[in-house]
Design a binder for this molecule. Sequence first.
Ligand code: GAL
Length: 717
Amino acid sequence: MKKITPLIFVLLSMLSYINASAQSLIWKEVLPGVWKGVAGKPEAYDLLKASGASPKKEAIAKIGKADFPFNRSEIAIKIIDGKTYLRFPLMKEEQLYGFGLNFQTVNQRGKILQLHVDHYGGTDNGRTHSPTPFYVSSKGYGVFINSARYLNVYAGTAVRKDSKNKPAEQDRNTDTNWNAQPYSDAVEILVPAAGVEIYVFAGPSPLDAIRRFNLYNGGGCLPPRWGLGFTQRVKSLYTSDEVEKEADAFEQKGYPLDFIGLEPGWQSKSYPGSFEWDKSRYPDPEKFVSEMLQKNIRLNLWINPYVSKYAAFYKNILPYTCSHTVWNGVVPDFIMPQARKYFFDQLKNNQIKLGVSGYKIDEVDGYDNWLWPDVATFPSGIAAEQMRQTYGVLAQRYSTEIFHQQNKRTFGLVRASNAGAVSFPYVIYNDYYKHEDFVTALINSGFAGVLWTPEVRASEASEEWLRRMQTVVFSPMAMINAWASGTKPWSYPDVAAQVKDLALLRMQMMPYWYTEFAKYHFEGTPPFRAMNLEEGFYQSNTNVVTNKNLQENPYVLATVSEVKDQYMAGEYLLVAPMFTGNKTRQVILPKGNWYDFYTGEYAGNGEIITVTPGLDKIPVYVKDGAIIPMQQPLLHAPRAGVKVDIEFRHYGEKDGYYKLYDDDGETYNYEKGDYSWRTIKMKKNNKGEWEGSISEAEKNKPCSIGNVSWKHVAPSK
Ligand code: GAL
């Protein structure tokens, strides 16, 4: 090879200098209030491509036009050595939320994270089940990095020497206010690729920015009605007889139940899986599934996608699998249509066609020691790292597709997700079990475009059992996961009656949960979300949430006073769970009048209250003017075509208003317009009595609403 002459060398270094210099980003407003910026040469594979998400354009347009939400000339991009360096401005009083499904913190300003799909390991360091590269600012905008790589995030931690807002130097020898974490005015992100797509979502409020993000990802999922009922996962090695008996026990004892989850033992081999029924435990799967459906119980099957050599399709799928195995099973390359066909055809023909209603897709997150390493290769050419970031997304996407083809909705569980997967009907769970952190995860799920269940497994004592059960019935999936413990809702006899009441309350609230999920789907509003997103939260009269100290030091709020133990559930409810050992707790009520959910009693306005609810109750508060639709406490969700009576409960002094969603509850016909929103109002008549009204049912649209009645919930005078 010829020697590089000095001149060429100089030219080459100049070129790489030009490459490394600041790049200008071209921004394009792709939809109202949504901008896309392209830095360098983005990779062919990214989060939106993995999920195939298609934006809900009309719904985004309805949120309204908006200006670019911050000074875009302050965004800095550099591409050096095949990596993209991103910097976004950050103002003094700004707080940051999001960066995935965190478990211990809500405010993310001041964090250093590596966004990496993993099983949660007990620290909010970016490694989590859904490390969604999306953050929301309290200033009312969101930023999304559409990359399927591990991203390094410095969320307001680093200080550049050329910063316009550089903190003053302090002398630790003499200055008692010396700060080890000087003020930083930027969010910086390192993307290990020579280019990336960036999206900015306008508000005006932080919740609007989230709504635009969710809608850009296809809108939230709309579960079937039965998905919002109660679910029990049975012990791993149960037989079909035992499962049937378990369903009968629920019925006889009067505990609601909509679906049962079978754990690894339904398969003839598992870890790695055969994806076939075990004939000794399930001798006649077809008969079993149909008998269960007659009992109004659906079945959800545990899988992880790693294929045993005993699986019937093993030889066929082998050429389309990863270089490395997981628990000795081969890893299907879901980018390849052949791998998808062999894998998902097996589920379709062997299970879904028999009437199985969904899956729990386990182990698609981590740990590193179990999963394929980053040096693994996949036949599609997708890097192991990109596969790690999106394997859960792909599994959700292609399993949902089979149910969609059958025009049947599903609602399942998954242990890994990412941006792009907002519309897939899956709820994240894990093996971690700290009740307090499960509540914080529920709050953060609303920033991460995912759903999360604070599942109940077993407890040391009945108090804990009841407290956990209270949280789970106010969550996306009301589930006992008894795969190891074999617990039942009535396993702790001294609280069995309370647990039954809670499970029945969940059923009564089904029209509310269902409508709130419809809002997630059609309007992008997360059904479970942080207090910080609530209008009036920052206006409340409490030191905890005022911005007073923030101007001085933005870390004060981040470290001392975040609100991570209470959350909003749907439009009108504020839920403040109790934890083991608590007799009382404080609840922050945003500005506006709030009322006790159970009694209608006035609770407060823009203040911190201290409550002593007793063991039976989880504190729940309702906004002034709320209407909560309640049905009878059924043991199973109503099937398509069945009508249920609804009592509309009104709270407070303001006129009541609610938009109630209705469709058949089971199929995808809503995509063709087979749904309606009924307007519910409650006003005082001229005698001073509360009177309700409901708009007419739309002609030729499914109607599940039977007789209606009205109740103004208030303590008797
Ligand atoms: C774990 C999962 C548990 C249970 C178990 C069965 O990975 O998180 O919920 O399904 O597998 O082996």
